[in-house]
Write a protein that binds this ligand. Structure first.
Ligand SMILES: Cc1cc2nc3c(=O)[nH]c(=O)nc-3n(C[C@H](O)[C@H](O)[C@H](O)COP(=O)(O)O)c2cc1C
Length: 272
């Protein structure tokens, strides 16, 4: 059995809050104990003739981590086929208007059903993934025949949406109904593969779980969200510890920093 010999995961353990990594950091300090001689880099050409494409996949999913998972519900253009699948080439890219991006990889033969449905119907619901959902979510990534959906095989529950046809996932802490605002297709690098695609989605409605969202619907409680992040290989990450680090302003910081004061007085044209 996978994971044999490893400790059980304790879903009930609380998230700890610690100090920041280096509380005494000041402007110009860079990274503590940095050793340039131990920090050399290797140049990699993603398109080198002898480089298998899967190496780019493995490098990028392990190096661009953690990635949030967008769990996307769609229906086909004729409204007959439902789909529910996870995607971690996913991010919120702005809040005004609320915009999200999802990337669909190419694969042998047909493009991903979710991508096809988004192109046909222009609608979806993006649902968050909490720790207690991950096995059900992973099951939804099975490459079943078109028309057999994650809803059929995961045991997750459908809840009605307000502004789009696809259902939202009742188990999710936050669901975002949205409409497609743009689609970009990329020709596959290798023959026989479907196009890859990028879809921009604008939110039309939010649904936040009672008890996980505050009074004015401006904050989701991390203890309730318990997000799962996708890492490299078949690894996932949890958030078990956080720290706070406020973002400051030049006008606040400059008067008390020798470095920022000296930069302010420099003529921009004299800088390298
Ligand atoms: C956690 C997770 C994240 C995934 N992220 C992506 C992704 O970002 N892009 C992608 O094309 N496939 C991704 N997949 C694979 C798809 O979920 C899988 O191909 C699925 O069968 C697509 O479903 P569909 O063809 O019904 O749309 C991911 C799978 C898992 C388990």
């Amino acid at each position: 059995m996978l994971g044999e010999g490893r400790p059980d995961l304790d879903l009930a353990s609380e998230i700890t809050v610690t100090k920041q990594p280096n509380p005494s950091w000041s402007y110009g300090d860079g990274v503590k104990d940095y050793d340039a001689s131990a920090n050399t880099h290797r140049e990699i050409d993603p398109y080198a003739a002898d480089r298998p494409m899967v190496n780019n996949y493995r490098l990028l999913i392990s190096g661009i981590a953690p990635r949030p998972i967008g769990f996307i519900s769609t229906v086909s253009g004729d409204g007959k086929r439902k789909n529910l699948s996870p995607f971690s080439y996913f991010q919120v890219v702005d809040h005004d208007p609320p915009i999200f991006i999802v990337g669909f990889s190419s694969r042998p033969g047909q493009e991903k059903d979710t991508f096809r449905n988004l192109k046909e119907s222009g609608e979806c619901v993006i649902n968050t993934v909490s720790e207690n959902m991950i096995e059900a979510v992973n099951a939804c990534s099975l490459d079943g025949p078109y028309g057999i959906s994650g809803w059929d095989i995961s045991g997750l529950h459908e809840a009605p949406s307000a502004t789009v046809k696809p259902s939202r996932v009742e188990e999710s802490v936050l669901s975002i109904e949205g409409k497609v605002v743009d689609i970009k297709e990329f020709q596959a690098h290798f023959e026989g593969l479907s196009v890859a695609g990028l879809v921009l989605i604008q939110a039309t409605r939010f649904w936040a779980r009672d008890g996980a969202v505050n009074e004015d619907a401006s904050h989701i409680d991390l203890e309730k969200l318990r997000p799962v992040a996708q890492l490299g290989g078949m690894s996932y990450g949890r958030i078990t510890s956080t720290f706070e680090l406020p973002r400051s302003r030049w006008a606040v910081e400059q008067p008390s920093s020798g470095l920022l004061k000296s930069l302010q007085s420099l003529d921009p044209d004299s800088r390298k």
